[in-house]
Structures are given as structure tokens and as C-alpha cells.
Design a protein around this ligand. Structure first.
Ligand code: E4P
Length: 214
């Protein structure tokens, strides 16, 4: 499974890239605003640091405007894919942009039916929001599994990005469901590294090593 980082923070991207595990970056307007910058500037900066797919979100509402904005965003760098929020206007824009070879990440997916439509329209990626589904008392992992089953049944090559990841269990569920990618916040990547038994084991080995030196 590929691991993307869900952030617009340059230091976090550099750090996770240095771990040797980074396959991509997803941004969204909230993450960009948190950094006090704008999408074009930040995506350009990210593209200079890492050579991986980078999602940049279009903010237009009408399909004609999304198409223009999508072309502009994709012109920032060949690694940029365009995030469009699920909806009729986005499906129309996906048909046109994907026909031009621009990769679309259909975002804000909350059902397998939405994912099916996005795949049919030509999206390169669909992003089911697992954490936000859990927030409203639904099982995000069920939706991920339904999507991967449908794509497998019909041979869609659209990749499933498990998004809105809130903890290591969501990553495990995404991997078990056969998602192609999980886009994971920095804090969750750090949590994934740690295990109390690993820490205990290291402490004990150091203690015994120190003893054996005497
Ligand atoms: C996905 O690409 C989104 O940026 C992200 O995963 C949203 O997650 P949130 O629900 O934590 O805002």
C-alpha cells in the first residue's frame, strides 16, 4: 500500500520523505490555510522538495470554471493532480480533464455509489473520508471495503485513497480493505512507528549491553 502524507507543512513532508516511506502528498484548502499560504505557492514549493504525486484542490463551483482551474493547477508541475469535490459539476469536469490526461482525485467521497460514478467519469483517485464517516456514527471501513470490492469486480483502475485518517487503526483498516493508498497525517505516522513493547525491548537490550561491558 502506498503512503501519502496529508499535510501542507514543508518540514513534515521533508521529515517523512527522509524515512523512505513517502509515496505522495495530499493538500486541501484547510491544510493550506493553516500554513498561511496559498495553493499555487505551496504546491510549487512541495514539488521542489519531493518527486511524488501532489493533490491540489480546485475551489470553483461550475464545471467550466473547474476545468480552467484544473488546467491551471496541473500546469504548476507534472506531479500535480487536481482534487475535485464529489458532485455533478465535478463529474463533468472530470470527464474533460481526465480526457486531457490530467489526473483527478475525487474528494469528499462518503459512499461507494459516489466512488463508482467518479471512477466511471475517469477519476484517477477517489478519496473516501473514513474519519468523518466514523464521526457521524457510520463505519468508514465498510465504505472503503465496498469501494475496493466494486473496483475489483469491474476492473476499474481508479486508485482508492483512504482519507480523513484519525489513527493507526484507520490505516490498518484501509490496508485490510485493499485500499491502494492511505493519506495519513504526520501525527498518525509517528504513532504508527511506536509500540510500547519495542520501547521496552530497546531499554532492556541497552541495560543488558551495559551490564555485559563491565
Ligand atoms: C484528504 O485528502 C483530506 O485532505 C483529508 O484526509 C481530510 O481529513 P480530515 O477529515 O481530517 O479533515
Amino acid at each position: 500500500m502506498k503512503i501519502f502524507i496529508d499535510t501542507a507543512n514543508l518540514d513534515m513532508i521533508r521529515e517523512i520523505d527522509s524515512w523512505g516511506i513517502l509515496d505522495g502528498v495530499t493538500t486541501n484548502p484547510s491544510l493550506i490555510a493553516k500554513e498561511g499560504t496559498d495553493t499555487r505557492t505551496r504546491v510549487n514549493e512541495i514539488a521542489k522538495i519531493v518527486d511524488v504525486p501532489i493533490s491540489a484542490e480546485a475551489m470553483s463551483s461550475a464545471s467550466e470554471d473547474m476545468i480552467k482551474e484544473g488546467r491551471e493547477l496541473s500546469s504548476i508541475h507534472p506531479n500535480v493532480n487536481v482534487k475535485l469535490p464529489m458532485g455533478v459539476e465535478s463529474l463533468k469536469a472530470t470527464k474533460v480533464l481526465s480526457g486531457e490526461g490530467i489526473d483527478i482525485n475525487m474528494t469528499l467521497i462518503f459512499s461507494a455509489q459516489q466512488a463508482l460514478l467518479a471512477a466511471k467519469a475517469g477519476a484517477r483517485y477517489v478519496s473516501p473520508f473514513v474519519g468523518r464517516l466514523d464521526d457521524i456514527g457510520m463505519y468508514g471501513s465498510d465504505v472503503m471495503r465496498q469501494i475496493t470490492d466494486i473496483f475489483c469486480n469491474y476492473g476499474y483502475d481508479t486508485e482508492v485513497i483512504a482519507a480523513s485518517i484519525r489513527g493507526p487503526m484507520h490505516v490498518l483498516e484501509a490496508a485490510s480493505a485493499g485500499c491502494d493508498i492511505a493519506t495519513v497525517p504526520y501525527s498518525v505516522l509517528q504513532q504508527m512507528v511506536s509500540h510500547p513493547k519495542t520501547d521496552e525491548g530497546i531499554r532492556n537490550f541497552i541495560r543488558d549491553y551495559e551490564k555485559s561491558k563491565k
